[in-house]
Design a protein around this ligand. Structure first.
Ligand SMILES: C[S@@+](CC[C@H](N)C(=O)[O-])C[C@H]1O[C@@H](n2cnc3c(N)ncnc32)[C@H](O)[C@@H]1O
Length: 253
């Protein structure tokens, strides 16, 4: 049974629908094949069962399936899973799609590799819910299986932070992003203003920002060991030049 929870920003399908063209741009999709090659080289899964938690429109699930991996893609957003299904059909691959909240999905001892990619972690107001997600991932892995998380790290954000940024999207819309660091550097609050011709849409969302050490500690609390941090999916060190915070941890045998 699904527990009753307060509605949060990520429960708003309009957010994903209106912004999907930006979040999942053609360029972002084009980079997925390379990301998958890199993450496989980094994680070296012992078998072919992969969980893509918060898979969105299947950006990485599909290239993984094309390489012969047996993928379960889990996401709460039905609209994005519909896109994933269409794309998988076009690519000619079979993937299991599950519409479920990441706090609820658990399938004990089933996967060699569990992925949570492209800043899909840290969304909950209560950080213990992030740990609960990590515990579910750990339970869902086979003994010795690997969990790989890819987010924007706190150290990176501190280095590049600008209160306002803007982008012209592929369809010519203007996206203005406003960012605020809140709660003593534990969370970031964003306001994205999408301007399309004379239409203006505003989206507000916020999430926890983890430092390398904080993410490592949460993963250890959830039962992982041999936790390593990297500055990107190619496995470069988590140092001053890090562009991402990639954490890989193993479920004990
Ligand atoms: C930034 S996107 C990343 C998608 C994908 N991992 C990728 O690399 O392209 C975040 C995804 O998390 C999903 N999501 C957000 N909150 C969720 C939740 N509570 N449970 C499951 N999925 C969630 C969204 O629907 C969206 O597809």
């Amino acid at each position: 049974m699904t527990p009753e929870r307060p509605t949060e920003w990520f429960d708003d399908d309009r957010f994903w629908r209106e912004l999907s063209g930006f979040i999942f741009s053609d360029a972002r999709f084009a980079g997925a094949q390379r990301e998958v090659e890199q993450l496989l080289a980094l994680a070296k899964p012992a078998g072919r069962d992969v969980l893509d938690l918060c898979c969105g429109p299947g950006r990485c699930s599909i290239p993984l399936a094309l390489q012969g991996y047996k993928v379960t893609g889990v996401d709460r957003t039905g609209f994005l899973l519909d896109q994933a299904r269409d794309r998988a059909r076009q690519a000619g691959v079979a993937i299991e799609w599950v519409q479920q909240d990441m706090r609820d999905f658990v399938r004990p001892g089933s996967y060699d590799l569990a992925l949570n990619l492209f800043t899909s972690f840290g969304y909950f107001n209560d950080q213990q819910e992030d740990v609960a997600v990590l515990r579910n991932i750990c339970r869902s892995l086979k003994p010795g299986g690997t969990c790989l998380i890819d987010v924007a790290g706190k150290e990176f954000l501190a280095r590049i932070f600008q209160p306002t940024t803007s982008h012209v999207l592929e369809d010519g819309s203007l996206l203005v992003e406003r960012h605020e660091i809140i709660d003593g550097w534990s969370r970031i609050r964003n306001e994205w203003i999408l301007i399309r011709d004379t239409d203006v849409h505003r989206f507000r969302f916020h999430h926890t920002i983890y430092s390398g050490q904080e993410l490592k500690d949460r993963m250890a609390e959830a039962g992982f060991h041999e936790i390593r941090l990297y500055g990107n999916l190619s496995g470069d060190e988590y140092g001053l030049a890090a562009e991402r915070l990639v954490a890989a941890g193993r479920k004990p045998i």
